[in-house]
Structure formats: structure tokens, C-alpha cells
Design a protein around this ligand. Structure first.
Ligand code: CA
Ligand code: CA
Length: 161
């Protein structure tokens, strides 16, 4: 449990909605930002000069509950994926996008009824040398943590805290 928490807090946990990193390995840093709750939830990618490179609307044009982001190269092709956890008010979902095209790689329904947000983080938890996704979902009387291997993008382990 401690291992998951400490690794996961390296990137993403705590509700990060604004991250900067080099998405495509060209040594220039891009900025990834989530629009605030109350406006239509979009993930925007900017270059260093502040030019918007692309916009992802992960949960449709009516969802305004925000989102959580984590960035990591999950499949090892040198391009980071954008991991987007749903915000408040919809069934907990994690969508994974290609940061260069904006294309949806996979939408993962976590299979629980919580609408309290899916906080995402990335870390290599199983020693595969690739990043995996950890998702923390607050529920009524507990918090559920999901481990999603980056290579399968299918939830493998669930822990109730
Ligand atoms: Ca770059
Ligand atoms: Ca990749």
C-alpha cells in the first residue's frame, strides 16, 4: 500500500490538472492543461510559446465536471500518452489518448458507480520497465485504487482502502 502511494504521488495524484513535460521526445516541453470545473471539460496541449497544439474533449460536449491528467509513454514508442481521469459527476472512467494526434487509444470504464472523480497517476509498479496507471476513486465509505498495466490498459488489480 505504501509503495503504491509513494510511487503514484511522483506524478499525477493529488488532482493535478496542469502538467508540463516533453511529450514527443524532441527536448522541447509541452504544457497539458485541463479546463476548470464549470466549463466544458477539455484537455488542451500547448507548445512552449503558448500556442495551442490540440484540444481533446474527453467526456463529451456537455460534461463540465473537470478531469485529472497524467502523462507517460505507456507503450514505449517514445511518445507520451495523455491519461485522463473523469472529474466529478460522471461514472468513473479513464481515457487514454495519443498526445500527438489526440486520438483515443482506449476508454476504460472502471466498473463502479462512483461519480466522485478518477484521480490518475503513472508509475512502473510491476517492474516491467514501462509505466502503468494507478487510479484512485473516492467512494461513499472507502477509496478504491485500481492498477492498470500500461501495456494492456485493462484493470488488473483493485484495492479498497
Ligand atoms: Ca516536445
Ligand atoms: Ca506512447
Amino acid at each position: 500500500m505504501d509503495a503504491i502511494k509513494s510511487s503514484a504521488e511522483l506524478v499525477g495524484f493529488g488532482g493535478r490538472t496542469d502538467l508540463s513535460t516533453d511529450l514527443n521526445g524532441d527536448t522541447t516541453v509541452e504544457r497539458v492543461r485541463v479546463t476548470p470545473r464549470g466549463s466544458v471539460t477539455r484537455v488542451q496541449i500547448f507548445d512552449q510559446a503558448g500556442n495551442k497544439l490540440r484540444t481533446i474533449t474527453p467526456f463529451g460536449n456537455t460534461f463540465r465536471g473537470g478531469a485529472f491528467v497524467a502523462l507517460a509513454d505507456l507503450d514505449g514508442d517514445g511518445i507520451k500518452e495523455v491519461v485522463v481521469g473523469s472529474g466529478i459527476g460522471m461514472r468513473a472512467t479513464v481515457n487514454v489518448y495519443n498526445s500527438q494526434t489526440g486520438a483515443l487509444v482506449k476508454s476504460i470504464d472502471l466498473g463502479i458507480n462512483s461519480t466522485r472523480g478518477a484521480r490518475v497517476a503513472v508509475a512502473d509498479l510491476n517492474g516491467s520497465g514501462r509505466f502503468d496507471i494507478v487510479v484512485k476513486v473516492p467512494r461513499l465509505f472507502r477509496t478504491t485504487v485500481f492498477f492498470i498495466p500500461g501495456q494492456t490498459l485493462t484493470p488488473a488489480t483493485t484495492i479498497d482502502l
